[in-house]
Design a binder for this molecule. Structure first.
Ligand SMILES: Cc1cc2nc3c(=O)[nH]c(=O)nc-3n(C[C@H](O)[C@H](O)[C@H](O)COP(=O)(O)O)c2cc1C
Length: 205
Protein backbone atom coordinates (compact mmCIF):
# COMPACT_ATOMS: atom_id res chain seq x y z
CA UNK A 1 0.00 0.00 0.00
CA UNK A 2 1.18 3.55 -0.71
CA UNK A 3 -0.01 6.41 1.49
CA UNK A 4 0.42 10.00 0.29
CA UNK A 5 2.15 12.01 3.01
CA UNK A 6 3.97 15.31 3.55
CA UNK A 7 7.61 14.61 4.34
CA UNK A 8 9.60 17.14 6.35
CA UNK A 9 13.37 17.13 6.16
CA UNK A 10 16.25 19.46 6.86
CA UNK A 11 19.36 20.44 4.92
CA UNK A 12 22.94 20.40 6.26
CA UNK A 13 22.51 24.18 6.68
CA UNK A 14 19.40 23.68 8.81
CA UNK A 15 16.84 24.80 6.20
CA UNK A 16 13.49 23.06 6.69
CA UNK A 17 11.68 21.56 3.69
CA UNK A 18 8.23 20.02 3.19
CA UNK A 19 7.17 17.98 0.14
CA UNK A 20 4.56 15.33 -0.70
CA UNK A 21 5.98 11.81 -0.95
CA UNK A 22 4.31 8.40 -1.28
CA UNK A 23 5.16 6.15 1.66
CA UNK A 24 5.27 2.41 0.91
CA UNK A 25 3.91 0.24 3.71
CA UNK A 26 3.60 -3.50 4.01
CA UNK A 27 -0.04 -4.68 4.26
CA UNK A 28 -0.67 -5.62 7.88
CA UNK A 29 -3.68 -7.14 9.59
CA UNK A 30 -5.68 -4.74 11.72
CA UNK A 31 -4.68 -5.17 15.37
CA UNK A 32 -1.13 -6.28 14.64
CA UNK A 33 1.79 -4.34 16.06
CA UNK A 34 2.39 -1.01 14.30
CA UNK A 35 4.73 -0.75 11.32
CA UNK A 36 8.35 -0.12 12.32
CA UNK A 37 9.96 0.26 8.90
CA UNK A 38 8.86 2.34 5.94
CA UNK A 39 10.09 2.78 2.38
CA UNK A 40 10.18 5.81 0.08
CA UNK A 41 11.10 5.87 -3.61
CA UNK A 42 12.68 9.25 -4.31
CA UNK A 43 13.40 10.74 -7.71
CA UNK A 44 16.69 12.67 -7.87
CA UNK A 45 16.45 16.44 -8.23
CA UNK A 46 14.23 17.17 -5.23
CA UNK A 47 15.36 18.94 -2.06
CA UNK A 48 13.88 16.03 -0.08
CA UNK A 49 16.21 13.61 -1.87
CA UNK A 50 19.26 15.77 -1.05
CA UNK A 51 18.24 16.35 2.57
CA UNK A 52 17.50 12.72 3.41
CA UNK A 53 20.70 11.58 1.72
CA UNK A 54 22.77 14.16 3.62
CA UNK A 55 21.13 14.36 7.05
CA UNK A 56 19.30 11.02 7.32
CA UNK A 57 16.25 12.11 9.32
CA UNK A 58 12.68 13.01 8.46
CA UNK A 59 9.12 13.33 9.66
CA UNK A 60 6.12 11.78 7.93
CA UNK A 61 3.15 14.10 8.34
CA UNK A 62 -0.34 12.72 7.71
CA UNK A 63 -2.85 15.31 6.56
CA UNK A 64 -5.98 15.37 4.42
CA UNK A 65 -5.46 19.05 3.56
CA UNK A 66 -4.86 18.92 -0.19
CA UNK A 67 -3.92 22.61 -0.29
CA UNK A 68 -0.77 21.70 1.67
CA UNK A 69 0.03 19.03 -0.96
CA UNK A 70 -0.30 21.54 -3.80
CA UNK A 71 1.57 24.38 -2.05
CA UNK A 72 4.51 22.17 -1.00
CA UNK A 73 4.71 20.23 -4.30
CA UNK A 74 4.40 23.12 -6.74
CA UNK A 75 5.05 26.39 -4.88
CA UNK A 76 7.80 25.54 -2.31
CA UNK A 77 5.23 26.20 0.44
CA UNK A 78 6.19 25.86 4.08
CA UNK A 79 3.26 25.14 6.45
CA UNK A 80 3.47 26.14 10.13
CA UNK A 81 5.70 23.68 12.01
CA UNK A 82 6.67 22.63 15.56
CA UNK A 83 9.80 20.90 16.95
CA UNK A 84 10.02 17.11 16.84
CA UNK A 85 10.82 14.78 19.75
CA UNK A 86 13.58 12.50 18.39
CA UNK A 87 14.77 14.01 15.10
CA UNK A 88 15.95 17.44 13.86
CA UNK A 89 13.37 18.10 11.12
CA UNK A 90 10.20 19.64 12.61
CA UNK A 91 6.68 18.36 12.04
CA UNK A 92 3.66 20.09 10.54
CA UNK A 93 1.76 21.93 13.26
CA UNK A 94 -1.62 20.83 11.86
CA UNK A 95 -0.79 17.22 10.91
CA UNK A 96 -3.27 14.62 12.16
CA UNK A 97 -0.53 12.09 12.89
CA UNK A 98 3.24 12.25 12.66
CA UNK A 99 5.92 9.56 12.45
CA UNK A 100 9.52 10.61 13.06
CA UNK A 101 12.10 8.40 11.36
CA UNK A 102 15.80 7.88 10.77
CA UNK A 103 17.17 6.63 7.45
CA UNK A 104 18.61 3.10 7.72
CA UNK A 105 19.36 2.62 4.01
CA UNK A 106 19.67 5.08 1.12
CA UNK A 107 20.46 3.45 -2.21
CA UNK A 108 20.91 6.03 -5.00
CA UNK A 109 21.96 3.40 -7.56
CA UNK A 110 18.34 2.88 -8.69
CA UNK A 111 15.96 5.50 -10.12
CA UNK A 112 13.94 6.31 -8.15
CA UNK A 113 16.36 5.87 -5.23
CA UNK A 114 15.39 3.40 -2.52
CA UNK A 115 15.12 4.68 1.04
CA UNK A 116 14.32 2.60 4.09
CA UNK A 117 13.58 4.26 7.40
CA UNK A 118 13.03 3.21 11.00
CA UNK A 119 10.19 4.82 12.93
CA UNK A 120 11.59 6.45 16.08
CA UNK A 121 8.51 8.20 17.44
CA UNK A 122 4.78 8.45 16.70
CA UNK A 123 2.17 10.98 17.70
CA UNK A 124 -1.55 10.93 17.03
CA UNK A 125 -2.96 14.46 17.01
CA UNK A 126 -6.35 14.26 15.32
CA UNK A 127 -8.93 11.78 14.11
CA UNK A 128 -9.98 10.59 10.69
CA UNK A 129 -12.62 12.87 9.17
CA UNK A 130 -13.93 10.78 6.29
CA UNK A 131 -13.14 10.39 2.60
CA UNK A 132 -13.80 13.23 0.15
CA UNK A 133 -13.51 12.28 -3.54
CA UNK A 134 -12.23 15.76 -4.41
CA UNK A 135 -9.11 15.17 -2.32
CA UNK A 136 -8.13 12.17 -4.46
CA UNK A 137 -8.74 14.15 -7.64
CA UNK A 138 -6.58 17.08 -6.44
CA UNK A 139 -3.76 14.69 -5.51
CA UNK A 140 -3.89 13.06 -8.96
CA UNK A 141 -3.77 16.47 -10.63
CA UNK A 142 -0.93 17.67 -8.38
CA UNK A 143 1.23 14.59 -8.91
CA UNK A 144 0.72 14.87 -12.68
CA UNK A 145 1.72 18.56 -12.46
CA UNK A 146 4.99 17.69 -10.70
CA UNK A 147 5.72 15.42 -13.70
CA UNK A 148 4.59 17.83 -16.43
CA UNK A 149 7.99 17.69 -18.14
CA UNK A 150 7.89 13.91 -18.54
CA UNK A 151 4.19 13.04 -18.90
CA UNK A 152 2.61 13.35 -22.35
CA UNK A 153 0.62 16.63 -22.22
CA UNK A 154 -2.35 14.78 -23.74
CA UNK A 155 -2.59 12.61 -20.64
CA UNK A 156 -3.08 15.63 -18.36
CA UNK A 157 -5.50 17.36 -20.78
CA UNK A 158 -7.55 14.16 -21.13
CA UNK A 159 -7.83 13.51 -17.39
CA UNK A 160 -8.44 17.14 -16.40
CA UNK A 161 -12.25 17.31 -17.07
CA UNK A 162 -12.87 14.24 -14.90
CA UNK A 163 -10.79 15.66 -12.02
CA UNK A 164 -12.47 19.05 -12.44
CA UNK A 165 -15.97 17.54 -12.32
CA UNK A 166 -15.19 15.60 -9.12
CA UNK A 167 -13.58 18.61 -7.41
CA UNK A 168 -16.40 20.96 -8.43
CA UNK A 169 -19.09 18.53 -7.28
CA UNK A 170 -17.59 17.21 -4.04
CA UNK A 171 -14.82 19.62 -2.97
CA UNK A 172 -15.00 22.37 -0.38
CA UNK A 173 -13.23 25.73 -0.36
CA UNK A 174 -9.70 24.33 0.16
CA UNK A 175 -10.06 21.53 -2.40
CA UNK A 176 -11.36 23.91 -5.09
CA UNK A 177 -8.70 26.52 -4.33
CA UNK A 178 -5.98 23.83 -4.38
CA UNK A 179 -7.24 22.45 -7.71
CA UNK A 180 -7.22 25.89 -9.33
CA UNK A 181 -3.65 26.42 -8.07
CA UNK A 182 -2.62 23.25 -9.91
CA UNK A 183 -4.31 24.73 -13.01
CA UNK A 184 -2.41 28.03 -12.53
CA UNK A 185 0.89 26.15 -12.20
CA UNK A 186 0.23 24.23 -15.43
CA UNK A 187 -0.84 27.47 -17.17
CA UNK A 188 2.52 29.01 -16.26
CA UNK A 189 4.18 26.03 -17.99
CA UNK A 190 2.12 26.62 -21.14
CA UNK A 191 -0.42 23.83 -20.47
CA UNK A 192 -3.85 25.49 -20.54
CA UNK A 193 -6.60 23.77 -18.55
CA UNK A 194 -10.01 25.05 -17.40
CA UNK A 195 -10.47 26.29 -13.82
CA UNK A 196 -13.40 26.01 -11.44
CA UNK A 197 -15.29 29.33 -11.38
CA UNK A 198 -13.98 30.87 -8.17
CA UNK A 199 -16.05 33.09 -5.88
CA UNK A 200 -13.07 34.95 -4.45
CA UNK A 201 -12.82 33.20 -1.07
CA UNK A 202 -9.22 32.68 0.01
CA UNK A 203 -7.61 29.69 1.65
CA UNK A 204 -4.06 29.78 2.97
CA UNK A 205 -1.61 27.31 4.52
C1 LIG B 1 0.65 13.29 -4.06
C2 LIG B 1 2.10 13.38 -4.48
C3 LIG B 1 2.96 12.31 -4.25
C4 LIG B 1 4.31 12.36 -4.62
N1 LIG B 1 5.12 11.28 -4.38
C5 LIG B 1 6.43 11.33 -4.73
C6 LIG B 1 7.30 10.21 -4.46
O1 LIG B 1 6.88 9.18 -3.90
N2 LIG B 1 8.61 10.32 -4.84
C7 LIG B 1 9.11 11.44 -5.43
O2 LIG B 1 10.31 11.48 -5.71
N3 LIG B 1 8.30 12.52 -5.70
C8 LIG B 1 6.99 12.48 -5.36
N4 LIG B 1 6.18 13.57 -5.61
C9 LIG B 1 6.74 14.76 -6.28
C10 LIG B 1 7.43 15.72 -5.27
O3 LIG B 1 6.56 16.06 -4.22
C11 LIG B 1 7.83 17.00 -6.03
O4 LIG B 1 8.87 16.68 -6.93
C12 LIG B 1 8.25 18.13 -5.11
O5 LIG B 1 8.33 19.34 -5.85
C13 LIG B 1 9.58 17.90 -4.40
O6 LIG B 1 9.82 19.02 -3.56
P1 LIG B 1 11.23 19.32 -2.87
O7 LIG B 1 12.21 19.69 -3.97
O8 LIG B 1 10.93 20.47 -1.94
O9 LIG B 1 11.66 18.08 -2.15
C14 LIG B 1 4.83 13.54 -5.25
C15 LIG B 1 3.96 14.63 -5.47
C16 LIG B 1 2.61 14.56 -5.11
C17 LIG B 1 1.71 15.73 -5.36
Amino acid sequence: MILETILSSISVDGIVNFAPMGMHLPDTDPGRSPVKRIVFRLYPGSQTYENLKATGQGVINFTDDVLVFVETALYSGCPPFVPSQKVRPPSMAHARTIWEFTVTCFDPSTEPAFLEGKIEHREQKGGFEGFCRAQGAVLEAAIAATRWQWLPIGKIIESWPLWLEVVEKTGGNREQHAFNKVGNFLGEKGIQVPRIPWDGRKASL
